[in-house]
Design a protein around this ligand. Sequence first.
Ligand code: FDA
Length: 965
Amino acid sequence: MSALETEIQHTGRRLLAQAGHSRPALYRGLTGALLARVMDAPPLRDSLFQLVDTLPQLRDNADIARHLQAYLDTVPDENRRGWISHLLNLAARPSLGWSVWVFARQLGKRFLCEETEKDLSRLLAELGKVPARVTVDAVGETVLSETEADAYLQRNLALLDWLARQRESQGAPHLSIKLTALTSRFDPLDAEGSRERVLSRLTPLLEAANRHGATLTVDMEHYELKDQILALFLYLVEHYPGNWQPAIALQAYLPDTPADLERVHATALRLGRRLGVRLVKGAYWDQEQAWAAQRDWPAPTLQDKAATDAQYERLTVWLLERSDALHPAIASHNLRSQAVALTHARRLGLGAQHWEAQMLLGMAEPLRAALAAEGVPLRLYVPTGDLSTGIAYLIRRLLENTASSSILRQTYVDGVDQDALLAAPQPLPIEQPTAPNAAPGSVSNLPLLDFSRPDVQARVTAALAEIRTQLPLHYRQAPSMETPATCFSARNPAAPDEVLGYIDLVTPAQADAAVGKAKAAFPAWRDTAVAERCRILRRAADLMVAERHSLAALEVLEEAKPWRDADADVAEAVDFLRYYAAQMEALQGDAPGGWRTTKDFPGESNAWAYAPRGIAVVIAPWNFPLAILCGMTSAALVSGNCALMKPALPALLVAQALHRILLAVGVPPEVLQLLPGDADVGQALVRHPAVNIIAFTGSRQVGLSILQAAHSPAPEQRHIKQVVCEMGGKNAIVVDADADLDDAIAGILASAFGYSGQKCSACSRVIAVEAVHDRLLQRLAEAADSLAWGPPENPANDHGPLITTAARDKALGYIEIGRYEGRQVWQGKVPDLGWYVPPTIFADIQPQHRLAREEIFGPILAVMKAPDFAAALALAQDADYALTGGVYTRLPQHLALARDHYAVGNLYLNRRITGARVGVQPFGGIALSGTGIQAGGPDYLKQFLWSRCVSTNTMRHGFMPTPTP
Ligand code: FDA
């Protein structure tokens, strides 16, 4: 053991000797006994933490008791034996619900201080005895609106003012702030706008901090925002000189952090300004893992706790050695981590002005007393607020105190021995996994682009610029006397005077000729090996991935898709290609010709196989211009059919790109033909007697007319046409009384206004249970106000215009209807130029109103009220459509009720209702939304196939040869 390590061990043992005998308050008394019990029973822990999470939203004793009972019912019997079972059963009596509330409040008070002068003064006096100073943090709900951001600023100004008056005991005031709470739109795609919005609120706070010589520490949040937060911090340091002390928290669980520290240090040296760095391990580890897995992005954090601890130690030393330029705050409750800091601080001869240790209120009190006894300058992080505002913070602390990797649990509950507690961390010698979601054999979805990365943003910017050099694009036919072409001009919906391209439309006669060509090409394509057809699809997917930035850029211009939506559409198209290739292989099986035996008898063999139907007409909409057209077309092709693509007029340029890609990878031109045309062409194709399949996605009116036409055979037609039909929706989100409103509001806004409401999955009705209706409506309107509407080419805009003048006029008409039927509670502002419709929210909509019944396809949201959850669910289902639906509730029975009885194709619980992923959330509805067979699901391809069975008598005068397949 090195001399230094020996010294660390000595320091650690000294600290332990002082700290080890008493337990932190959290682990004592009833709370301690309860926590100890739940740590042994994770299902019990999960259910009680879920209850705590829901509590602020519950109205009365009975409601609390009902939730407690419901959560307990999900816990297996073996986890709730003995005294805890009696206690919890008692608390679950309707008359004793208050006891749960009292207990939770007491628990909350261990970690949070009420934001009143009285409570703060009392706490400061108590902490003065440690002795410790404080940094105060106004904890809050997620900031969803600028009103809420204003409130956050006002709280901080008041806290700063109050702290300035405590200078005698506290020294200069010290605040911890979250930059994301200073604006409701903190988005890496709008870094400049985010900075302006944050600065507009931060300026008065900085002025006050300057007056008082206060320290402002910027808390670090999720990884996706890390670079933006750091950049903004460095901007502040550079552009706001003065008497205030800037500091930032950086997380040791990130491999990026050493480089980030170098940046902070370089800035400090360059400006000659000492900067504070709070070194933490990182509070969002579990969430980062979950989000990375869901998105199939590499996990941004280290995977091994010991690796985090080891990096923490290295960075502690690095910081302490630079304490002339930086002011290190070593923020940890880990005995070993603090022993390392203390040992090195002593070795370097650092005093109170050079560094400090920081801890959270309510955590590791014995260690903080031991550090204070060693003369370590100590600061406690005091979150202020009540249980309602601080619930997310409280849950984080409870999780941290009960996690098996937590040092506090190991020290004070699990009784890990001294040597182990003080042992130097030994990271595992393995590489970081990069794609946690890649299950072997599964078709993984193409991960969406990470727009927090400047290089990714730059590639889309470059792709947009590149396309602009090619405009207008030309898709013209060779001039012909017999069929003079009608030319269609593709326009930019955000700037309708701008023509993006010219495309000649085909005539019904040309469409007829195309069917003839396809008919001739069919036998060869049918007989092309399935393996080859699958290879072609996969090659197309690869080519699309290579072109993903320019394809997305084209959608931004042609369909006015915001960047994220455009990228998601391209990724979905890639997913369809890969998924249907895999599905076709599975349907084909391994046997030659795809023949599978049903049952063989002596003298008789029986086998069946799938066969393609023939010619598929694909009629696709413009709202997912690549994904839907590609999905239906690739399904037709891979199953051996010829495909005639008839895309919607506002999506002809994207369709040309798809056509080019599929031909480039080897689909024969007669097998796949692109027929840009108007409704006459669509009708001619649907009625054509040689067509076998019509794959349609679009409006109910057209869908129903296609079904009718397709099922009225022409005299010379010798088959029944198969119609694959996806239509619209009038989708509702139900918000229950106990819903998490932060989540519900974010989910509603994304679902209702994403791509300006032009998704068939969009939410157009919110049905709120009475108890939560008014509060939801108010926050929803405030939050909607912070969204930006403008040309999607500028990624700072969240939403753009509608697709055509006709779409705009229709939506504007519904706004007039809404004003007559209901009460307009909010309307957004949109630019004058372009086919924009002001997003609008109406309340007091009744079930019989047109706004509650008709599909609008625009940014118009109808809010309805229901007396209770069951009534809300009934209202949600009272529609001609049944495509998507959503429910925000935290009561297990209500989740089960929705799952079992809310009969829509895609039901989303406690999340937004748009954004289905191929193979993960097969998509499509029933009722007048569709036929119930979902795209991107295991049954979809079968619609493009028929199955045939062959029975062979193999007996020859009593002799039975072994059957050949
Ligand atoms: P301990 O030694 O038990 O470490 C627990 C930590 O290890 C986890 O929080 C996680 O970071 C890491 N970990 C757990 N499992 C892991 C695994 N499998 N692989 C890799 N790493 C793993 N946090 C934050 O993100 N932003 C902030 O601004 C702040 N601010 C802050 C201020 C103050 C004063 C304190 C004391 C703490 C913070 N934190 C924070 C919280 C901090 O990041 C951390 O969550 C807790 O302090 C727990 O870490 P300890 O060192 O105390 O405990």
